[in-house]
Structures are given as structure tokens and as C-alpha cells.
Write a protein that binds this ligand. Structure first.
Ligand code: UDP
Length: 370
């Protein structure tokens, strides 16, 4: 491979890299994709265990309101009708998510939207919040003190390793609050799981593209640069520049996966443990992402533990505070000075990206190049 001449060397076989490779290849460019992992798919990667597709790097649920992106992915896979409706477990009692009339009924016994709104108003007034300045105040003003205590505080503090009072309000704005009986976690128009798993979908996207695994671009940067006119780099932007200004910070995750000798463990794909004592935030039961006409006799579950991150660990959630934003700006300035290289994807952009946003960004990037 080393003496071949490519138009594009794409570093990273995740969604961003794969979509760029597909578009550029279809436009007649010679592309090669390399990845330091031993598999394609990046963090979307799924593998079969006991006949069940297991999401190795955390649960991925595809959802979008971008009709073009939806049409695009449907070229490579069909999607099932999965709708994310996680259940929260607080000290053994169960509540529906996201926060909706079912949750309000379970917490307060209120049966009308008007009564739920009155309850929340009463609790917001009692807490005396007018202008929410942090996640705690934002959460209380959206759903009241009780829901904050039962469904938000413990989960969020485990997830981020810091008190809610010290976290930015925008984190919680991802979650819908609905005065309807509707347990659909997302507001998007389209939603589902690829019927044969994410790995099969990305394999299809990469169909006919040269892919080399277990190759670390940063270990042989100059050599790799010499075989291609352009590079699309989807690895961590700070690592590319040898962490010269120090590392961008991430929140880590640790997954503990277990095969159980029973058909159905929790009856739902995701159960959130919202108390402070349970050390994990979520329990995923992978088989419930699909609707199998031939139910498997065993089940695979994964506990998700948030963890302190240090350079070298797998990065999951960017810590979007001022310090890291300033650091990112410095790395982006360096990136702007590099010739013939484009930084993209979750790691290259240091962004908490949903999958549809990654595809949108990759399609836009490829369009500009073509
Ligand atoms: N969150 C919460 N309780 C839950 C689920 C989520 O308080 O049961 C909060 C928490 O602060 C989390 C944020 O909502 O960081 C965003 O959650 P989301 O489910 O969007 O995160 P993801 O699934 O992408 O990790």
C-alpha cells in the first residue's frame, strides 16, 4: 500500500470516515480508509453475541429529522420500528422517561396536563428560581423539585462526576418535557435500529472501498502523508498535535457485559438507575433493540459505568466548559495552518454528535471537496 497514490487517505472507519469514503469514491476519487482498531464502525460498532447484536461502545439509537440523511442511510440498511422509551429505576420503583404525563402521574398522581403544570409551577415558586444559572436550577424550573430529586440529580451527578449546581444548564435541555402521555425519548420524525446491526450498515457504506485495520496513522504520519494528496482525519484533534497545549478533557465510560441464561431480564432496552447509590447509570439489554421472530434463549446485558477519563482512555463525552473550548480553539488554529488535511467526526471536532449530525457533516464535507 505504501507506494500507492491516493486522492484521499481517510483516518478512521467510523461513520464520518465511512460516509466521506463512500461519497468521494462515488465521485471517482481514489480513497483508502485506515483505522487503528481491529474493526470498522468506530463507536457504532456492533457485534453478535449469542445471536444478539451487542453495541460494544454503548447503545446507539438512530434518530433524525433530516429527511436527506434518513434517505441516505436507508440506501444501506432497512431500519426497524424501535422507539426509545427507557424506564427509570429509582430505589426499585419504576418511572417512564422522558418526563411526560406518565411520569407526572407516577410521581404525583395527577391526571391532567393542567394539574401537572400546576404542580411544577408550585415547586418552581417554592424553590424561588427565576433565572436558571446551572443544571440544578434548570432542571427544577422545567420539571419541579420532586422529579429533579428522583430522576435527575443522582443520574446526572454519576454521569458527570460533579454536583448538578456546578454543571451547565444546556446538558438537560437535550431531554424533552411533554404534557402528553408519550414515552418516546426523541422528538425526531425518523427513528430505528438497522435491522442487521450497525456494523453491517457501515460495511455496506464502505462497499468496494479499500479498508486497512490495525494501522495507526499517528505512528507513521509522514509515510502516510506521502501516499495521498489529501487526508481526512477523524481521530482526536489534540492527539494529532501531540497534546502540545495539553489534552482536551472527556468523560469516560466503562462497560460491563454479561450473558445471562434467561430469555428476558428487564423487558426494556434501557433502564436508567437514577439513584446516587447504584454505581452504574444504565443497564442495557441488547435484544430489546430488535423485534426477533425467533427469540434467543439467552440474553446479553451491559452495565454502563461513568468513569474518570485520562489521556489514553477511550473518550466518550466532551467536557464542554470554557477551559476546553479555549483549548479547542487553539488546536483548531493549528489545524487551519495544516495543508491538505481536514479534521472531522466526533473526535476531530471535539463535539457531542448524534449519528445523524455526523452523517450530515460528512455529506457536507464531501460535497465541498467534490
Ligand atoms: N438525564 C437524567 N436522568 C435520566 C437520563 C438523563 O437526569 O434518566 C440527564 C443527564 O444529565 C444526562 C442528560 O440528561 O447527562 C442527557 O441525557 P441523554 O440521555 O441525552 O444522554 P446520552 O444517552 O446521550 O448519554
Amino acid at each position: 500500500m505504501m507506494d500507492q497514490k491516493y486522492d484521499y487517505l481517510i483516518v478512521g472507519a467510523g461513520l464520518f470516515g465511512a460516509v466521506c469514503a463512500r461519497e468521494l469514491t462515488d465521485a471517482g476519487k481514489r480513497c483508502v480508509v485506515i483505522d487503528r482498531r481491529g474493526h470498522i464502525g468506530g463507536n457504532c460498532y456492533s457485534e453478535e453475541i449469542e445471536g444478539i447484536q451487542v453495541h460494544r461502545y454503548g447503545a446507539h439509537i438512530f434518530h433524525t429529522s433530516d429527511a436527506e440523511v434518513w434517505k441516505y442511510v436507508n440506501q444501506f440498511t432497512a431500519f426497524n420500528h424501535f422507539v426509545n422509551s427507557p424506564v427509570a429505576n429509582y430505589h426499585g420503583k419504576l418511572y417512564n422517561l422522558p418526563f411526560n404525563m406518565n411520569t407526572f402521574y407516577q410521581i404525583w398522581g395527577v391526571v391532567t396536563p393542567e394539574a401537572a403544570k400546576a404542580k411544577i409551577r408550585e415547586q418552581v415558586e417554592k424553590a424561588g428560581i427565576t433565572n436558571p444559572r446551572n443544571l440544578e436550577e434548570q432542571a427544577i424550573s422545567l420539571v419541579g423539585q420532586d422529579i429533579y430529586e428522583i430522576l435527575i440529580k443522582g443520574y446526572t451527578e454519576k454521569q458527570w462526576g460533579r454536583p448538578c449546581r456546578e454543571l451547565p444548564a444546556y446538558i438537560i435541555k437535550r431531554l424533552p418535557v411533554r404534557f402528553r402521555f408519550d414515552n418516546n425519548y426523541f422528538n425526531d420524525i425518523y427513528q430505528g435500529i438497522p435491522v442487521n446491526g450497525y456494523t453491517a450498515m457501515i460495511e455496506k457504506i464502505l462497499n468496494g472501498v479499500e479498508v486497512k485495520l490495525n494501522l495507526d496513522y499517528l505512528e507513521q504520519k509522514e509515510e502516510f502523508k506521502s501516499i495521498s494528496d489529501h487526508v481526512i482525519y477523524t481521530g482526536p484533534i489534540d492527539e494529532y498535535f501531540d497534546y502540545q497545549y495539553g489534552p482536551l478533557e472527556w468523560r469516560g465510560l466503562r462497560f460491563e457485559t454479561e450473558i445471562l441464561n434467561q430469555e428476558n431480564y428487564q423487558g426494556v432496552a434501557a433502564m436508567n438507575y437514577t439513584d446516587a447509590e447504584t454505581p452504574y447509570t444504565r443497564m442495557i439489554e441488547h435484544k430489546h433493540f430488535v423485534f426477533d421472530s425467533d427469540p434467543k434463549p439467552k440474553t446479553v446485558i451491559t452495565r454502563e459505568y461513568p468513569s474518570q477519563w485520562k489521556p489514553g482512555d477511550e473518550p466518550y463525552y466532551p467536557i464542554n466548559n470554557q477551559k476546553n473550548q479555549d483549548l479547542l480553539a487553539k488546536y483548531q488554529e493549528l489545524a487551519g495552518q495544516e495543508k491538505n488535511i481536514i479534521f472531522g467526526g466526533r473526535l476531530g471536532a471535539y463535539q457531542y454528535y448524534d449519528m445523524d449530525k455526523v452523517i450530515r457533516a460528512a455529506l457536507d464535507t464531501a460535497k465541498k471537496l467534490i
